[in-house]
Design a protein around this ligand. Structure first.
Ligand SMILES: [Mg+2]
Length: 119
């Protein structure tokens, strides 16, 4: 199971990667924004994507929209990671094809439960 973790904060990427590792997922690639993510998605077929909403160049919503327009990523599980204040935005993101969302800060247990729902 190869994950793509997309966030403009390297600290947040490290937290997400460590959390994935703590529940047994060690194959993880990082991207710093939507543009970087799309570049990597064209090179590698990822099995699941965890993305932040607010990022420079291309945000999480634009990334989701673009992914859903690509044959290779039409049905790939995507989780949006957001802050409490981003809840409303997540509703929009779900309409665009996000499978689930996680509110920061989150525990390994929460991540595991959210993944269980979509994988
Ligand atoms: Mg951000």
């Amino acid at each position: 199971m190869h994950f793509l973790v997309v966030d403009d904060s390297s600290t947040m990427r490290r937290i997400v990667c460590n959390t994935l590792g703590s529940i047994g997922y060690f194959e993880v690639t990082e991207a710093e924004d939507g543009v970087d993510a799309l570049k990597k998605m064209k090179e590698t077929q990822f099995d699941a994507i965890m993305t932040d909403w607010n990022m420079p160049r291309m945000n999480g919503l634009e990334l989701v929209k673009t992914a859903r327009s690509m044959e290779a990523y039409k049905h790939t599980p995507i989780i949006m990671i957001t802050t409490e204040g981003g809840k409303r935005e997540v509703i929009t993101a779900i309409k665009e094809g996000v499978n689930n969302y996680i509110i920061k800060p989150f525990t390994p247990h929460i991540l595991k439960e959210k993944l269980k729902d979509i994988i």
